[in-house]
Design a protein around this ligand. Structure first.
Ligand code: PEP
Ligand code: MG
Length: 567
């Protein structure tokens, strides 16, 4: 921490986005774990009272928060409050305590029994498991004298600081009062960082110094520089305000994506829900390049029905009118755990039965989804493009395209995010209507580096020559076959990388909507030939740092400065 509590202290991390923001810290705490070897309580009656008091307090607190919240958040908190007040839950836990079990261990065991029962019942009951677990965590934290787990209710605009956040935690944030996010751990392509970018929240990951930040500390985040400044001085606050103004000014240009000499490149948005699609009404994007449908089901305990899915897709398609929409079929597993699809006990979940591979063991999942998309297309009169994630072979691509076409989907494509698919991009493109490069996973699998690991961020860097080589190979396959090749990983949101990708022949870039104006501005200030030169420079480098520096050296100084590209 700072020697002088009032002096500005700067912590470095990896920024997601280009935004800057300042405000007070609110810490989110990890879920506590009841110590399995806790000794039996000395006074059984006192321990039982402690437990019932903790349950009552948690129920009361959740009820109060529910009354202050609105919409889904209010409903979720209200349902959890009811669970905490359930006499059956209390009776069973008290019985265990009276039998000599530590109260935290007792409530953990009883919640597990209830969860098993809810799951066996399926449907609505199974959906309650998430609420049950949140009640358990809060009660255990109280019993162990630990701070409340998760993101606390926010009373004023604040910056969330956490060790890490689950995708579900991030999705449940009360956005009215979240200014930005700082994580001690996490990586720039972890789902939390992606969802934060999606929500337009400046986010800095991999900030070890964040461990020192306390509630109500004043901090300034600069995502373009990857800095967290504690006790920011007037100059830092003025820089934050200046950045916000500069980024705001870029949003005035609402034209379609193109280089200064008119070479078109579609600028699209990544979304995760129908609400995200509805928020695009006033955004200058040419459509959606990636609808991550698994985000819809992060909290679901059972596979979504065709009817439920059709309703969401129809809402999304209606929100986009005649703009392009690319829907990705469910990408479950590894970094995107879904209760109903994640395979238990896999040694290497990232290399396991996930995403399109789930078709081997639960074909009904893809089948239902394709039917739901086709029904939504029919009802909305809007033809979405549909693509499958984690395709490894030409055969998988062919099978997927055939299945999608058979269901009446007109444009079927696949993601190129496994090196074997990039190597065979031309043959794959011959079987499908389009491809989209998932650069987050392509980097992970090319470099054999877990995308969630901030420690390996240097390998995951998109400027790594090996990864860029495969991106370029895929772009060349697009040029050879005359079919669209998009990029929808986080790299598309980096204005410098966007110039290089355009130069390689990529036809669309899909990113968090808030990232679009900076990319549009970078493209509009360079000719296509200049983009080609930038791509060539990056592709000829021996290291990631040299590749980025070589590309940067060719960028117009005014763009470098306006977008804070030197870091
Ligand atoms: C990717 O891998 O780059 C991608 C766009 O998909 P996701 O981040 O959802 O895996
Ligand atoms: Mg991916």
């Amino acid at each position: 921490m700072a020697d002088n509590q009032n002096a500005a202290q700067v912590y470095k991390g990896i920024g997601v986005g280009r935004g800057a923001v300042a405000g007070p810290v609110v810490r989110a705490n990890p879920a506590p774990v009841a110590p399995a070897d806790a000794p039996p309580p000395q006074n059984l009656d006192a321990a039982a009272t402690q437990l019932t008091d903790a349950l009552a307090a948690v129920s009361h607190e959740l009820q109060q928060r529910s009354e202050q919240a609105t919409g889904t958040l209010a409903a979720v908190l209200g349902a959890a409050a009811e669970i905490a007040a359930d006499p059956e839950l209390a009776d069973q836990a008290v019985e265990k305590v009276q039998g000599g079990t530590d109260p935290a261990v007792a409530i953990t065991a009883v919640c597990k029994d209830f969860a098993d029962m809810f799951l066996a019942a399926g449907g609505y009951m199974a959906e309650r498991v998430t609420d049950l677990n949140s009640v358990r965590d809060r009660v255990v934290a109280r019993l162990l004298g630990l701070p409340e787990p998760g993101v606390p209710g926010l009373k004023k605009p604040s910056i969330i600081v956490a060790q890490d956040l689950s995708p579900a935690d991030t999705g449940a944030l009360d956005l009215r009062n979240v200014l930005g996010i700082v994580l001690e751990q996490g990586g720039p392509t972890s789902h939390t960082a992606i969802i934060a970018g999606q929500l337009g929240l400046p986010c800095i990951v991999r900030v070890p110094g964040a461990a020192f930040l306390k509630d109500d500390d004043e901090v300034a985040l600069d995502a373009a520089r990857g800095t967290v400044t504690v006790n920011p001085d007037a100059d830092t606050l003025a820089a934050v305000a200046g950045r916000q103004k500069a980024l705001e000014a870029l949003t005035e240009d609402k034209s379609d994506g193109a280089t200064s000499d008119g070479h078109k490149i579609q600028l699209l948005a990544n979304i995760g829900t129908a609400e995200d699609a509805e928020r695009l009404t006033n955004e200058a994007v040419e459509g959606v390049g990636l609808f991550r449908t698994e985000v819809l089901f992060l909290d679901a305990q059972t596979a979504p029905t065709e009817k439920d899915q059709t309703a969401v897709y129809e809402r999304t398609l209606n929100a986009l009118g005649d703009r392009k929409v690319v829907i990705r079929t469910i990408d479950a597993g590894a970094d995107k755990p879904l209760a109903f699809a994640t395979q238990p006990n896999e040694e290497n979940p990232a290399l396991g039965i996930r995403a399109y591979r789930l078709n081997r063991i639960m074909p009904e999942l893809l089948d239902t989804q394709l039917k739901a998309i086709a029904a939504a297309a029919k009802q909305s009169g809007h033809e979405p493009w549909v693509m499958a994630p984690m395709i490894a072979t030409v055969t998988e691509a062919k099978d997927f395209a055939e299945a999608a076409h058979a269901d009446g989907i007109q444009k079927a494509g696949v993601m190129i995010e496994i090196p074997s698919a990039a190597i065979k991009a031309k043959e794959i493109l011959e079987q499908v209507d389009f491809v989209s490069i998932g650069s987050n996973d392509l980097a992970q699998y090319t470099q054999a580096a877990d995308r969630l690991s901030g420690d390996l961020a240097d390998l995951l860097d998109m400027w790594q020559p090996g990864t860029l080589f495969l991106v370029n190979r895929t772009a060349e396959a697009g040029l050879a076959t005359g079919k669209p090749v998009g990029v929808c990983g986080e790299s598309a949101a980096d204005p410098l990388m966007a110039l290089a990708l355009t130069g390689m022949g990529i036809t669309s870039l899909s990113m968090a909507p808030k990232a679009v104006p900076a990319v549009r501005f970078a493209l509009a200030n360079h000719t296509f030939a200049e983009c080609q030169e930038i791509a060539k420079a990056a592709l000829s480098a021996d290291t990631a740092a040299e590749g980025r520096a070589a590309a940067l050296a060719l960028v117009k100084p005014e763009v470098r400065e306006a977008l804070v590209l030197e870091k």
